[in-house]
Design a binder for this molecule. Sequence first.
Ligand code: NAP
Length: 277
Amino acid sequence: MKTVRLPTGEDVPALGLGTWMLGDDPRKRADEIAALRRGLDLGMTLVDTAEMYGEGASERLVGEAIAGRRDEVFLVSKVYPHNASREGTVAACERSLKRLGTDRLDLYLLHWRGRYPLAETVAAFEALKAAGKIRHWGVSNLDPSDMNELVGAPGGEGVAANQVLYNLTRRGVEWDLLPWMQQRGVPLMAYSPVEQARLLKDRHLAALAAEFGASPAQLALAFVLDRKGVIAIPKAGRIAHMEDNVGALEVVITDELRSALDKLFPPPKRGTPLEMI
Ligand code: NAP
């Protein structure tokens, strides 16, 4: 497995598993658990969830999928902004741990910025770290100006990741946020890396992928994974999709392929507000 280095020097898988909307439909539960377990078997052992996903349903499903193999997994969850006060963050984390059936998270993220000052959430994260409930903390959906504010706040330089929307059709982060993070050695976790499957219907992408012996999903994932310090967390509820996605690690983005992708999905020419899904 390709890895990405956290600021602490720890290496984590560059390709992980998204879980938004997993656990929502009881009829799909067995297939989704089987798909997650197949993903782990294939080395995609970074698992991303959140208290928001199905209001705990995703965390419960993940808990079931990783039962008996917790130590293989780099487990990521997120706190709702409305819970991200000093006490609220700690309480939310305890609830997530319970649903996940574990005693610790490897990474705990603020899902997006809300009304609580960043410094207050950071203080809660640091307390959780000191108590051994989380190993690292980070943020999600923060733009460069938020990131500057964060690292200027007490304890803020401890940020271990920022999870944002990034894929071939959402390249705005390449202008400012991605370089900001690369300079500081803080990984960018690319969410919705296949644009919730919409990207995979693009016939130009499909033709290019076929030309280079890859599937559209593999090419889309390889594109983000080619960037230094980027972790991709596609969500797949089916074994076939898991097996397809891991193949992204074999795709080499040559100069020729990169310029073909740039033609189809041009890089940003100016700064734009950070997009969210
Ligand atoms: P995504 O990963 O871009 O797309 C998921 C969709 O793509 C699903 O419909 C899936 O189908 C399909 N798919 C996956 N691999 C495929 C393949 N090889 N071939 C064909 N279809 C494939 O979208 P996402 O779920 O929005 O983003 C990924 C993860 O990022 C989330 O699950 C979540 O963990 C995280 N996220 C975070 C935020 C945030 O604010 N921090 C926001 C959005 C997402 P099946 O399920 O049928 O396999």
